[in-house]
Design a binder for this molecule. Structure first.
Ligand code: ADP
Ligand code: ZN
Ligand code: MG
Length: 483
């Protein structure tokens, strides 16, 4: 019988509130000056008292609602006691037995993963260990920043599933506007718990911390599954412990044996009153939830007829999808006969140009206003010119580059450069005749049966017209004239 892996995740996300969780210090993950955003409260000076940040509480409730959780009407904060230099009070204000949210779930790629709880706590400061020094430094800018912790049920069964789940959560946090959730910046942190077993009974679990990308989450899980199976197969047992991930060696390593809840001496936080929420309060937060990624996926398919792959490219980039929708609404306006097939065709054209050409030109840079100055109106106008065959696809590529560089209006640029597609047969025949006269050899080749020679002449005509000739027409005319 095969070993079955069991995986549960613990995910932390720093909330993007203006101020910290229990004081009015600025929450700025980009602050480079150490110990700049600190005060008496978040450095735990004697006699100071915490005041809870309501915005943070609302953001956690909002997340819970989006993830189908039950919101507890009565909730409270607790002290989690442990000593560490980056935690100035000697305890962390967290939540123990009455978290804000419980019992939710999220479906990712048709796999349903239970969400045990989501609670609110404060982040720690950060310790810095200068290379070779016999001392450490500590920066309290992050101390006291509102931190949300989400714990899943052990419902996940592979590294790939864990990665997809974490990615979808990140997307949801961003759609909800509760956290920027950047893994590289440590704004979102994923810890994984893994065990393997041949029976229904779960095996001993190992926790892996400090995974700084989704890819590493997957790799670390896959490695750990193999490690545990090997141990068990050779008659050894898995030790319950916390492990880290070695980036270069691509393996997990033992850090410490895991502490359990009683080590933390949890007790209710006496300096903060318990919280209670009315039905209205929760309903109001619910009404502020806009469209979630899964809903957008469905809508993009139905409304615009986009395939799954294109839809996904838009859904994972919120601003990009909003831009696309603005363009699509313009398309609706110029196709006045409301021919659904025609409209979907033009929208598909817009989506293709955005995904292949625009993203290609941006070359990995994020699609956002600073990087792409073309207005949706101008972009729709550009698509219209292609769709109505006013410009050739070759000109379209040049035009797009020009629009991105100058932010200019497409019709003005086409006018300036004389890029309008030449449709006029008389005009095209003139150019073709010239090319035929100047190139007797290929003409002869063509006539004596080398059909490929026409390609050379075609290229000459297109070059002579700087790509503005209607290629379809050129081919027809050229064939006729050679006859
Ligand atoms: P602890 O008390 O050690 O923190 P919890 O019961 O709170 O353990 O679970 C922490 C995380 O580990 C949760 O995401 C949970 O789903 C997961 N988990 C629990 N038991 C197992 C197991 N045997 N194998 C893998 N993951 C597990
Ligand atoms: Zn402070
Ligand atoms: Mg736990």
């Amino acid at each position: 019988m095969e070993y079955k892996p069991t995986i549960g995740l613990e995910i932390h996300a720093e909330l993007n509130t203006k101020s910290k969780m229990f004081c009015s210090c600025k929450n700025d993950p980009n602050e480079k000056r150490p110990n700049f955003n600190i005060c008496e409260v978040c450095t735990a000076q004697p006699g100071t008292l915490p005041v809870a940040n309501e915005e943070a509480i609302k953001k956690v409730i909002k997340t819970g609602l989006a993830l189908n959780c039950k919101i507890l009407k009565e909730s409270k904060f607790d002290r989690k006691n442990y000593f560490y230099p980056d935690i100035p009070k000697g305890y962390q204000i967290s939540q123990y037995d009455k978290p804000l949210c419980e019992n939710g779930h999220l479906v990712v790629n048709s796999k349903k993963v239970g969400i045990t709880r989501i609670h609110l706590e404060e982040d720690t400061g950060s310790s810095i260990h200068p290379d070779g020094a016999d001392y450490s430094l500590v920066n309290y800018n992050r101390a006291g920043v509102a931190l949300m912790e989400l714990v899943t049920e052990p419902d996940i069964s592979s590294g790939q599933e864990a990665k997809s789940f974490a990615e979808e959560l990140q997307l949801i946090f961003r759609y909800l506007g509760v956290s920027d959730a950047d893994m590289e910046k440590g704004l979102m942190r994923v810890e994984v718990n893994i065990s393997v077993s041949k029976t229904k009974k779960f095996g001993t679990k190992v926790e892996i911390k400090n995974l700084n990308s989704f890819k590493v989450v997957q790799k670390a899980i896959d490695f750990e599954i193999e490690r545990q199976i090997k141990l068990l197969e050779s008659g050894q047992s898995v030790v319950q412990e916390t492990r880290g991930w070695h980036d270069k060696k691509e393996e997990t390593f033992s850090q410490r044996e895991k502490e359990s809840a009683h080590d933390y001496r949890y007790f209710p936080e006496p300096d903060l009153p318990p919280m209670s929420f009315s039905e209205d309060y929760i309903e109001k937060i619910k009404s502020e939830i806009l469209e979630l990624p899964s809903e957008k996926r469905g809508r993009f398919k139905n409304e615009y007829g986009l395939d799954e792959k294109s839809t996904e490219v838009f859904v994972v980039q919120k601003y990009f999808s909003e831009y696309f929708e603005k363009v699509a609404s313009e398309v609706d306006e110029w196709i006045d006969q409301k021919d659904d097939k025609e409209i979907k065709g033009a929208i598909k054209l817009a989506s293709n140009y955005l995904i292949s050409d625009v993203l290609g030109i941006l070359g990995g840079k994020e699609f956002k206003e600073e990087n792409f100055k073309v207005t949706p109106e101008n972009f729709a106008e550009f698509i219209k010119m292609i769709h109505q065959r006013e410009i050739s696809s070759k000109v379209a590529k040049m035009l797009l580059v020009e629009m991105i560089n100058t932010g200019g209006d497409p019709s003005a640029i086409v006018e300036e450069n004389n890029w309008k597609q030449i449709e006029d047969s008389g005009e095209l025949e003139k150019v073709i005749q010239e090319v035929i006269n100047k190139n007797p050899k290929p003409v002869q080749d063509y006539k004596s049966g080398n059909k490929n020679a026409i390609q050379f002449l075609f290229g000459k005509v297109m070059a002579q017209t700087r790509g503005t000739a209607n290629p379809q027409k050129v081919r027809e005319l050229l064939e006729n004239m050679l006859k």
